[in-house]
Each structure stands twice: as structure tokens, then as C-alpha cells.
Design a protein around this ligand. Structure first.
Ligand SMILES: *Cc1c(COP(=O)(O)O)cnc(C)c1O
Length: 385
């Protein structure tokens, strides 16, 4: 029997910092000594590197993934009276920004195996008011962008990719974020490319959108101290840019480690009964920001969520942390009550919220730790049978 060793966290960003501490702390001290904290060559350098990584012509750094999405909608002049199609199974920011610009989020159900937008259901949700689609590459798994772009093009809709959880993922050999009209990224510390604070970026190949995005993120300033529209203040600071320049060089290595960890989980967990392991679409390369299984509750009394939550707490008691992303679908959140969605309307997303469990996933996770996760999960589930 495997002895309960140290408990295993769901993620561990301290360990990653330790692995690059010398480089990062030297860069941070250099920024501090430079007196150049806002803008400047480090931010511009990061923008160039991030654009080159994605093989796009423009990258605009900003304050967060949320701001990136907000600015994208503003740059596309989406606002009052417009509709934007997105998924109800995502972090709230994806839909929040649609509301923030005065437009209406239209939630379309997700696909059972990928947790991403069900592309078959998009066409039926399109109205004359629809202006854009925001696909989310959830948990690092790319959406089928070939099919999505075909739908968008045939209805003349803009596509804003929410790549907050998928930096480095690709579809058909192209990096996500570079396929739609605009790609939005978050550098929140637990994302695949995480800073030591907030940060975000927007990429696009459209030069006019790039100009508008820069104006909007700087208070709507067109020329110095001359304003034609209301903007925001959304900057990536030099400290974050210095750290992200270093971490970008490790991103592919870390993503490969995540892929190896996912493959190892997959090998064992696809045989454990009572759970459904995640599946990848052919054509995409995912980067596993999360490794999310379903705790199948078929044939049990009570709600699925109660059963999943009890599995989760039993894992926790045995030293295995896990997370629930996300416990509630956005269309049923109190904040969206006025949109009039009813329980049962988007059943796949609703069931996912009750069944999902994200297991420990971070590049430094060891085989031994994974063995402990798998063993413990198997033990807890068989005791429940
Ligand atoms: C993290 C996240 C965001 C928001 O990014 P922030 O940098 O935290 O503002 C948006 N969408 C998704 C899917 C996310 O996971």
C-alpha cells in the first residue's frame, strides 16, 4: 500500500518560481533599479516576443485577460443592442465583458467530451443582432477552429478567442489566438504562462484593430493629451513584462510536461470505473491548464454535485487536493437572471457543473504524486460502489 506522503496540491506556483528564481530575481532587481516601471523597452520587447511566438503581426499588452476581452469587444465596436455568442461553462470574465460593453451574451450549450462550445448549436443562436462569437479554449483544449471560422465567416461574425487557459495550444498547426480576428490572453499566475500578478495580452493580424486597441487601452488617447473616445487604463507593467519574457522561454517545455502528465493520467484513469477521463480532438494540441474528469453519478440518488463533492472531500482527507471548475453555469447565475434562462435549458453545461473535478495539474507534478492521486481516487471510488 502506498503510504500517505505529503499532501498534493491542485497547483503549485512556488515550485515553478524556485526553478527560475535566479533569473527572475535578477531581472526584477534590474527593473527596480532602472526607475522605468511603466511602458518602456521591456514591455515592448515582450509584445514583440509574444507576437513572434504566435506568428502574428501585433501584440498589445494589457492589465488582465478580462481587460483583453473587454478591449477586443470595444475595438470591434460591439455594444448596445448587439449579441455575442459564448459558452456558459467558463470563467465569468468571458460573459462579463459582453455585458460590460452593453451587449447581450447568448449562451450556447457545450459539447460533452470537450467541455467547449457545441459548434452544432451555434447556427440556431444567430440572429440579425449577432456580431461576434467568443469561443473559449477551456482547460487548455482547443476548439475546432476550422469549423468555428467557417460558421463565423458564413454569417459575417467576428471571432474573439478566449485563450486565457490555453497559451501555447494549437489547432491545425496554428497557435490558438492567431486563428480568429482577435486572441485574448491572461497572465494570471496559475495560467500556463503566468506572471507574478495580473497581466494580459491581445494579438491580431489586423493593423486597424491593433491601432484601435492601443488607443482604447490608453484612455482613448489618439495623440498625446487628445481624446476622441472613452477608453480605459490597462497596462502590463515593466516588472511583469520582465518576468514574462523569461517565462515565455520556458512555456513550451512546461506545456510538454503538462502533456506528459495528462498522458500518464489518461493511461490509468481511462480504466477506473465511475469516472470519465477527458478526451482530445484530433487536429488540436492541448496544453492542459486543467486535467478535468467527470465523476459519473449515473444510477445514484441525490444530485450529482453532492456525490462529486463527497468524492472531492474524501480525496482531500487523504491528502489529494482537487478543484471544481466550475460549480455553476453562467446562464443560471443570479447576475444573468434577467436574461431569462431556465434550469434544463443548457443541459450539458449544467450536468458538467455537477460532475467535473479538476485533478492536480502543474508542470512539476511527479509520477509518484500522480500515482498517489490515481491510487487514492480509485480507492475512494471503489469504496463508494
Ligand atoms: C482567467 C480567465 C479569464 C480572465 O483573466 P484575468 O487575467 O484573470 O482577468 C478569462 N477567461 C477565462 C476562460 C479565464 O480562465
Amino acid at each position: 500500500m502506498i503510504q500517505s506522503v505529503n499532501s498534493i496540491p491542485a497547483f503549485d506556483i512556488k515550485q515553478q518560481y524556485a526553478s527560475i528564481e535566479a533569473e527572475v530575481s535578477a531581472a526584477v532587481l534590474e527593473v527596480l533599479a532602472s526607475g522605468r516601471y511603466i511602458g518602456g523597452p521591456l514591455v515592448e520587447g515582450f509584445e514583440q516576443q509574444f507576437a513572434a511566438y504566435h506568428q502574428v503581426t501585433n501584440c498589445i499588452a494589457c492589465n488582465s485577460g478580462t481587460d483583453a476581452l473587454y478591449l477586443a469587444l470595444r475595438a470591434l465596436e460591439i455594444g448596445m443592442g448587439d449579441e455575442v455568442i459564448t459558452t456558459p461553462f467558463t470563467f465569468v470574465a468571458t460573459a462579463e465583458v459582453i455585458s460590460a460593453v452593453g451587449a447581450k451574451p447568448i449562451f450556447v450549450d457545450i459539447d460533452t467530451t470537450t467541455f467547449n462550445l457545441d459548434l452544432q448549436q451555434i447556427a440556431a443562436a444567430i440572429t440579425p443582432q449577432t456580431k461576434a462569437i467568443i469561443p473559449v479554449h477551456l482547460f487548455g483544449q482547443p476548439v475546432d477552429m476550422t469549423a468555428l471560422m467557417a460558421i463565423a465567416q458564413s454569417h459575417n461574425l467576428a471571432v474573439i478567442e478566449d485563450c486565457a487557459q490555453s497559451t501555447g495550444a494549437s489547432w491545425g498547426g496554428q497557435k490558438v489566438g492567431s486563428i480568429g480576428h482577435i486572441g485574448c490572453f491572461s497572465f494570471y499566475p496559475t495560467k500556463n504562462l503566468g506572471g507574478c500578478g495580473d497581466g494580459g495580452a491581445i494579438i491580431t493580424n489586423d493593423p486597424e484593430l491593433a491601432v484601435r486597441l492601443r488607443v482604447l487601452k490608453e484612455h482613448g488617447q489618439k495623440n498625446r493629451y487628445y481624446y476622441e473616445e472613452i477608453g480605459v487604463n490597462s497596462r502590463l507593467d515593466a516588472l511583469q513584462a520582465a518576468i514574462l519574457q523569461i517565462k515565455l522561454r520556458y512555456l513550451d517545455t512546461w506545456n510538454k510536461q503538462r502533456q506528459a502528465i495528462a498522458a500518464y493520467y489518461q493511461q490509468f484513469l481511462s480504466r477506473v470505473s465511475g469516472i470519465i477521463a477527458p478526451q482530445e480532438l484530433a487536429g488540436g494540441v492541448g496544453v492542459w491548464n486543467q486535467y478535468t474528469i467527470r465523476i459519473s453519478s449515473e444510477g445514484r440518488n441525490g444530485t450529482s454535485a453532492t456525490y462529486r463533492d463527497s468524492i472531492r472531500s474524501q480525496l482531500q482527507e487523504r491528502g489529494v487536493s482537487s478543484m471544481v471548475y466550475y460549480p455553476h453555469p453562467l446562464h443560471l447565475q443570479p447576475v444573468y437572471q434577467s436574461l431569462g434562462y431556465q434550469p434544463g435549458q443548457l443541459p450539458v453545461a449544467e450536468l458538467a457543473c455537477q460532475e467535473v473535478l479538476s485533478l492536480p495539474m502543474f508542470p512539476e507534478l511527479t509520477h509518484e504524486q500522480q500515482d498517489q492521486v490515481i491510487y487514492t481516487l480509485d480507492k475512494v471510488l471503489s469504496a463508494e460502489c
